[in-house]
Design a protein around this ligand. Structure first.
Ligand code: ADP
Ligand code: MG
Length: 738
């Protein structure tokens, strides 16, 4: 008797060699194999008569092989098998490439089903090209029996196509799977029946069978939907449980008066936007509660998130008059890079020059302390750390180094993480655990400039509360954005030179080169609707892609030999990157050629031109981000989108960048066009593929979240659902949420 845990090596008919190959794909048990899903399907369910075939059709035919022979092409050393197959309406030529073994399998007189594409022959006739075949066995009467038809695996039905890697063919997988699926008993479902019913999704048993051998394409989609729902549901369960857990913890409860805040506003040289005030209020309201805040502050590049976070830290530090200073609490403000950490520190110093409760900067290479106007000094890192330990410093800016264990805080009440998508859920959790003192853990404020569509943030950041800044400060001039065709390149360069002469600086962003193997390519395909990408076509597309080094060479030696051109890319060491970025910021570089690594939050007000090479290769949200790096100063800024493509679709997509009101609008568009990969840094790679894809389906996100909420509301510890609970624990291990 086989069950899900049965090792494939114990299954009759699977040889050790094949087992080895499967093992390389992490497939060792029947369960692993059943959960190895096809990435697309071919609908060969209609068996057509040969006389009805048409060019470009994908079809299955059923007939007898009338002749078959093999020849070899000399130039390309390829084996070609040619056969003639006939049914009662006519016959058609069939060819296979490099499948020598077929000559021994298919004989004149064999009865076969063939499924493949019909193409036009050189002489104008029809050919079936490189089809999948299935040999039909005769039952005693010579007639094909019913059983044989339902037993079809490769033709005459909706055929699953699996990723073909490491010597394992789709056909091989189908061959293995079909008898196993027929033999395995009912597969137990960990999702409660009430949820299945309410959400109208397949139970596990049905879904597994239908995902591999669906009756129709529709059924296959429904099966995939079930698995997507399941992943989303577990993600939501994990997130919500995390949220419940946190709400049971204690945190410092901030006591403040509205007048104190108003007083702080007076020190700021600009008027806060309505959104900034609103989000600050949401944050302060959280800080008032005796439970830890876990909030994500989202806002476009340049929307002014930093000041909002700093204000929260200031209130905690006890800067305002009515506040008992002795009660002042510490805040840690972490940025992903040194440049950014320093920038935040400098901004703080400039605006709140009267702050005398101690502010510090600590990064890999420096340590500074600021205690009020004129009172700034460099000091040894160890001394700064000591001051942090005895609470001599209330607001500390820094990089990751800040959360490394050697920095101890006396009374850390708030942790701010800038550009939060670079930190994973796990790192967030670590952070809180490390700083538990007096039974209190710090409040956590994450910030991100990546406009993440709501469905996606609900899914991956479901443990966080959201605050959104959805307007830019009023003093911003709109950035003039133009699409530049190849013919206008020289004109654009002349314009750039003119701007640099006036003292402005320029970013040039190039896409990374990403050649992929067949494997990766298949992984990126959408299992729901996207057609298979033709690999050759795809590579050709990338040939035009500008590479950073090449572009740097060209710009520095040919186009702008008289200007100072710099380069920045991901392969450089952090220190080199920092140096280049600093030089650019200080005005020592006119034109900075960079990959998309250029730091998200870096503020270079004098940079007024953003050039994006091969702009069509980027997602809209990403383009929007790049553009946000200019337009921060007093001068008019420009964004030039270079593209080699003249396709209408490219233009209309790029034009949405010109028309969009904010990043969120583009993010929604991007999600629809390109899928969620765009929005997530490496930190979130643990999230299951299917859940990621399902994020495009807001309804599924909503129902899964509601289902998770309902279950937890009635039974927070999942005591009534032991199967669900153990499955959830496994899931959390698998996707590294803890
Ligand atoms: P981001 O949200 O991208 O982190 P920053 O906080 O770096 O944006 O703000 C970008 C710039 O805008 C900074 O120089 C900041 O001082 C300035 N700024 C922030 N809020 C306002 C405002 N309400 N009015 C004018 N300028 C502002
Ligand atoms: Mg920022």
């Amino acid at each position: 008797m086989i069950n899900l845990q049965t090792s494939l090596s114990e299954v009759r008919g699977i040889g050790p060699k094949f087992c080895e190959k499967l093992k390389k794909l992490n497939i060792e048990t029947i369960k692993d194999l059943l959960w190895y899903f096809p990435f697309r399907y071919e609908d060969f369910s209609n068996i057509l008569k040969i006389s009805d075939l048409k060019i470009n059709q994908h079809a299955t035919i059923s007939g007898v092989i009338q002749s078959i022979k093999m020849r070899r092409t000399w130039k390309r050393r390829m084996f070609i098998i040619e056969a003639l197959i006939g049914d009662d309406t006519g016959s058609i030529k069939v060819i296979w490439f490099n499948q020598k073994f077929l000559i021994t399998m298919l004989k004149k007189g064999s009865r076969v089903n063939l499924a493949g594409k019909i193409v036009e022959a050189a002489n104008g006739g029809l050919i079936m090209s490189h089809p999948i075949h299935e040999i039909l066995t005769y039952s005693s009467g010579g007639e094909q029996s019913k059983k044989e038809i339902t037993d079809l695996r490769h033709t005459g039905r909706v055929v699953p196509i699996y990723p073909e890697t490491r010597g394992i063919t789709s056909k091989g997988i189908r061959y293995l799977l079909k008898p196993l699926i027929d033999k395995i008993g009912e597969i137990e479902d960990s999702l409660p029946l009430e949820i299945l019913k309410k959400s109208g999704i397949f139970n596990l048993d049905k879904a597994i069978r239908a995902v591999h051998f669906p009756e129709t394409i529709e059924e296959a989609k429904d099966a995939k939907k079930r698995f997507a729902f399941e992943d989303l549901f577990f993600l939501q369960l994990a997130n919500l449980r995390q949220k419940i857990k946190l709400s049971k913890e204690r945190a410092h409860s901030l006591n403040f008066k509205l007048d104190d805040i108003k007083e702080l506003f007076l020190e700021i040289p600009f008027e806060l936007t309505f959104s900034q005030k609103k989000t600050l209020w949401e944050i302060l309201t959280d800080l008032k509660k005796p439970h830890p805040m876990n909030r994500l502050l989202q806002g476009d590049v340049g929307s002014g998130k930093t000041i909002v976070a700093i204000l929260a830290a200031l209130v905690l530090a006890g800067q305002s008059k009515s506040f008992d200073v002795a009660q002042g609490k510490q805040s840690a403000f972490m940025a992903p890079t040194e440049v950014l950490a320093k920038q935040h520190y400098e901004t703080f110093k400039k605006i709140f020059h009267k702050f005398d409760k101690g502010a510090g900067l600590i990064t890999g290479s420096m340590a500074k302390i600021f205690c009020g106007e004129g009172l700034e000094s460099d000091l040894k890192k160890s001394d700064l750390i000591k001051k942090i330990e005895n609470s001599g410093i209330k607001i500390i800016f820094g990089t990751h180094a800040l959360i490394q264990k050697y920095v101890k805080f006396k009374d850390l009440a708030l942790v701010i993480i800038d550009e939060q998508h670079r930190f994973g859920v796990k790192q967030r959790a670590e952070l809180l655990k490390n700083y538990k003192s007096n039974n209190e853990i710090p409040h956590l404020l994450s910030m991100s400039a990546t406009p993440i569509p709501r469905t996606l943030s609900l899914t991956v950041f479901g443990d966080l509360d959201l605050s959104i800044i959805d307007e830019l400060p009023k003093n911003r001039k709109p950035i003039i954005t133009k699409i530049v065709a190849p013919d206008n390149r020289d004109k654009a360069y002349a314009f750039i030179r003119g701007q640099v002469r006036k003292g402005r600086q320029v970013f040039v962003i190039c896409p990374r080169i990403e050649l992929t193997t067949n494997d990766q390519q298949q992984k990126t395909e959408d299992i729901f609707e996207q057609p298979v990408i033709n690999k050759k076509l795809w590579l050709n597309n990338w040939e035009n892609v500008k590479m950073v080094k090449e572009e740097y060479e060209k710009l520095s030696t040919k186009t702008f030999p008289d200007l100072r051109v710099g380069m920045l890319h991901g392969k450089m060491k952090a220190k080199e990157k920092n140096e280049v970025m600093k030089k650019f910021k200080d005005g020592g570089i006119d034109v900075l050629v960079s990959t998309s690594v250029v730091e998200v939050g870096v503020d270079v007000p004098n940079a007024t031109i953003m050039i994006i090479e091969s702009a069509d290769k980027f997602g809209l949200a990403q383009l929007y981000q790049f553009r946000g790096r200019v337009g921060r100063g007093e001068h008019q800024s420009f964004c030039l989108l270079f593209t080699e493509s003249s396709a209408k679709s490219t233009y209309s997509r790029l034009r949405s960048l010109i028309e969009a009101k904010n990043g969120f609008e583009l993010a929604e568009k991007d999600l629809a066009i390109r899928g969620p990969g765009e929005f997530l840094g490496e930190a979130q790679t643990g999230v299951p593929d299917l859940a990621m894809k399902a994020v495009r389906n807001p309804n599924l996100v909503k129902t899964s979240r509601e289902a998770a909420e309902k279950i937890l509301k009635g039974d927070p510890k999942l005591e009534k659902y032991p199967l669900l609970k153990s499955r959830l624990e496994l899931f959390q291990k698998e996707v590294h949420l803890e």
